[in-house]
Design a binder for this molecule. Structure first.
Ligand code: PAF
Length: 282
């Protein structure tokens, strides 16, 4: 049924291909990315292929989700390598729009999100981020009209924000969360891991270790506030700077108020000039 991987850059090519598939009764899954693909993205493609007949991968580094001074200019780019990996993973269509297609002259619309987008996690440190993500992801949903959209749990708050947005706006695309893919030493895969020096890379897995140990301590009855405080001390001793390392309600991402709530541990830390995020269920 699948026949090779095609790259398109124009909206009419994208729409024609997807509506041809729809006319044949075939289902599609969308994997939105900013490129520089790793095994985490390829897992989204493979999971998409379990649900749908064709996977559409978009590659667009979205300037609206970067603040001035963030890493937009140095964000890794590798279109050739990405295309090769996507062919191997079985993606059918790669959509690589340019800036003027996504943000034409005079672009004046922003999708503004609240709820899980306003819980003082990523939103506290990157206040522009979720409106930028929500705007581009809405556009991709409208452009592709895919049946499914795959998002990694590594960006757990992003997954919750998009799920809420899709529900609120009656978007018919089903939002599918996919488990974080890790290096053998536990470090969550991320395009930004390439920024780490050799020394930083060797201590980076401690983040996941601390999340796992904290989850274990909470399961054994330690209060989340005390368990996360000791993890923060341990990370600081190892040279990390911490934006947050906290226990939240796994669904709302609000602060935990009762012992029976589902708990998710979420963290954002710095090693040198590299910011790492990760999370784990308890
Ligand atoms: O998770 C990402 O890579 C981005 O935030 C996304 C969803 C592709 C939107 O630009």
């Amino acid at each position: 049924m699948r026949s090779g991987t095609r790259t398109v850059r124009a909206l009419d090519q994208l729409r024609r291909q997807i509506s041809d598939w729809r006319a044949q009764g075939l289902r599609t899954a969308l994997v939105p990315t900013m490129g520089s693909l790793h095994e985490g993205h390829l897992t989204l493609v493979r999971q998409g292929l379990r649900l749908a007949d064709h996977v559409v991968v978009t590659i667009f580094i979205n300037p609206k989700q970067f603040a001035p001074g963030e890493d937009l200019d140095r964000y890794p780019r590798d279109e050739k390598g990405d295309s090769r990996k996507l062919k191997q993973a079985g993606a059918s269509l790669i959509f690589i729009p340019d800036l003027s297609l996504m943000y034409p002259e005079g672009f004046a619309t922003t999708v503004s999100v609240a709820g899980p987008a306003k819980v003082k996690l990523e939103d506290k440190y990157r206040p522009h981020f979720f409106n930028g993500v929500a705007t581009i992801v809405s556009k991709l949903f409208i452009q592709t009209g895919c049946d499914y959209a795959m998002f990694g749990e590594k960006d757990y708050q992003q997954l919750k924000v998009i799920t809420r947005m899709a529900r609120d706006l009656d978007i018919t695309t089903a939002i599918i969360g996919v488990e974080t893919v890790r290096e053998p030493d536990g470090l969550a895969m991320s395009s930004r891991n390439t920024y780490l020096s050799t020394a930083e890379r060797s201590v980076a897995p401690l983040l996941h270790q601390c999340l796992a140990d904290t989850a274990g301590a909470i399961l054994e009855g330690k209060a989340p506030a005390r368990a996360t405080a000791s993890a923060r001390r341990r990370l600081i001793r190892a040279g990390f700077k911490i934006d947050y390392f906290t226990a939240r309600n796994a669904e709302t991402l609000e602060t935990i108020r009762s012992p029976n709530e589902p708990v998710r541990l979420l963290a954002a830390v710095w090693l040198g000039t590299t910011r790492l995020i990760d999370n784990i269920g308890v």
